[in-house]
Structures are given as C-alpha cells and as structure tokens.
Design a protein around this ligand. Structure first.
Ligand code: NDP
Length: 254
C-alpha cells in the first residue's frame, strides 16, 4: 500500500504554472517534494510555501544536470516514489517557417527531457517494484493544432513513450500515464490574451475565446484540476490505471 506520508515526489517544471499547482497538491497529500527547473528563484519561492520541499536547479535537456539533480534529491529525501515530468514549452510557428534547430529544441525539452528524467528513476523503481511516472502531455498529444506542429509531434512522442513503458512495467506496481490538459489558466495564457488585445484591439472577452473555443465547456481549465488528476494517479487505488492519456480538457478529446 502506498502511503503518501512517507513518499518522495520529483516534479520537473515545479516553479510555475501547472507544476507549481501539482507541487501544492502533492505537498497537501503528504509527499516530500523535490522541484526541478533551470531558474532557482521561482522554484525556491514555491518551495518556501510548502513543507519538506527542496528546490534544485536542473536543465532537463542535459543528462549530467539531471543526474546531479536526482543525486541531490535522493540525498535529501530518499528514493523517488513518483516522478512528474511537467517541464515543457510550446513555441508557435507555421511549419514552413520552422527551422531544424527550433524543431530539435522543442523535442529536446518536451521529449528528451522526459527521457532523461525517467531514465534517472527507472532502475530504482524497478528494483523497488513500485513507482508512479506521470507525464504532463497535452491535448496536442491527442490531436493536431495549427502552428504548433513541433510541439504536437513532441507531445505525441511523449504519449508513445508513456504507452510503451507502461506495458514494459505492467508486471510491477509501477504505472506510467500521461495527463493531457487543454488550455489552462496560467500566466502564459493570460499574457497571450493581453498580447492579442494589444495587437488586434479585440476585447479581453473576445481574445479569451481564442483559447476557450476548442473546449466544449467554453472555459479555461484551472491548474489545480490538472493537479488533482496527478494526485489521483499517484494513489494506490489507481494502480490499474496505466498507459492512459487522461484528457483534462472539458470534453475536447473523447
Ligand atoms: P510554464 O512555462 O509555467 O512551466 C514550464 C516549466 O518548465 C517552468 O517552470 C520552466 O522553468 C520549466 N522548464 C522549461 N525548460 C526547462 C528545462 N530545460 N529544464 C528544466 N525545466 C525547464 O508552463 P505550464 O505550467 O503552462 O506548462 C507545464 C506543462 O504543461 C508543459 O509540459 C506544457 O507543455 C503542458 N501544458 C500546458 C498547457 C497550458 O495551457 N498552459 C496545456 C497543455 C499542456 P525554467 O524556465 O526555470 O526552467
């Protein structure tokens, strides 16, 4: 039985947006936390609000940085029981203007980052026969969107990894799942709305529709809704849920 009071979760991208909401949720569930990201300041600001939480600077695209960060995490909090791969970014560009360096950059962060961090925990989870790996993908892992072809391809790759790894580990109490949010009410989306208003003169409400139109519920989703899904997947009661793409999108994908 997994008892969260004694468990350790590592959250990449834990210093902002969805990752920070997941940190608050899992801290409330009783986890000891390690938050990873490149900038220490936002990570520390989140960690300062939570019990038994450390902030560790780490670039998930750099295997040496990942190895050092996970060594520090284990020194402080012991073996990793849950890994939440949340670090990611979605630059926009029409495909015909996308150069190869930009394409590779999107894959380095969104796919290779998940690879490096998962490699960093997999032997330990296999030897303990227990663990939770949760990849924050996107509805862009489940369908296409114009102007984010690299991001959508990368998130589809994360989903492929999730499904295959879940099968490899199905003989253990290690589950691997993807959470696939639609547009979330984060600072980035609010800035994008401000940009649309500034550039086009459209009203706030009209600009908001750019991001709510694809959601049948017609709203932005709150970060804590994603966090609650992660919390559920971490529980012992969710041990039969593996290899899934769980869409947190108001019914956009079904
Ligand atoms: P944020 O930009 O707030 O969070 C991204 C986090 O990733 C930051 O804390 C950033 O910290 C970290 N990060 C970026 N690059 C690296 C790196 N190389 N190494 C380590 N950490 C890194 O975005 P969101 O909270 O919105 O996004 C979180 C995840 O959710 C992403 O994977 C995104 O694709 C996904 N998502 C978001 C949606 C949305 O509407 N917001 C919808 C669907 C999915 P730092 O810069 O300090 O490294």
């Amino acid at each position: 039985m997994r008892n969260s009071a004694t468990l350790h979760a590592v959250i990449t991208g834990g210093g902002s947006g969805i990752g920070a909401a997941i940190a608050a949720q899992l801290a409330g569930d009783g986890y000891r936390l390690t938050l990873l990201g490149r900038r220490l300041e936002p990570l520390q600001a989140v960690a300062d609000q939570l019990p038994e939480t450390i902030a560790v600077s780490c670039d998930v695209t750099d295997p040496e940085s990942v190895a050092a960060a996970f060594a520090l995490a284990r020194d402080q909090h012991g073996a990793v029981d849950a890994l939440v791969n949340c670090a990611g970014a979605a630059p926009t560009a029409p495909f015909h203007k996308l150069d190869y360096a930009a394409w590779r950059g999107v894959f380095n962060l969104n796919v290779d980052g998940v690879f490096h961090c998962t490699q960093a925990v997999i032997d330990e989870m296999r030897s303990r026969n227990s663990g939770r790996i949760i990849n924050i993908a996107s509805t862009a892992a489940q369908r296409g969107y114009a102007y984010v072809s690299a991001y959508s391809a990368a998130k589809h790759a994360v989903l492929g990894l999730t499904r295959s790894l879940a099968l490899e580990l199905a003989g253990s109490d290690i589950t691997v799942n993807a959470v696939c949010p639609g547009y979330i009410d984060t600072a980035i989306i609010r800035e994008a709305i401000d940009n649309i208003v500034a550039k086009t003169g459209r009203s706030d409400a009209d600009a908001l529709k750019t991001f709510t139109a694809t959601n049948p519920q017609g709203r932005l989703i709150q970060p804590d809704e994603v966090a609650a899904t992660v919390s559920w997947l971490c529980r012992s009661a969710a041990r039969s849920v593996t290899g899934q793409a769980i869409s947190v999108s108001g019914g956009e994908v079904m």
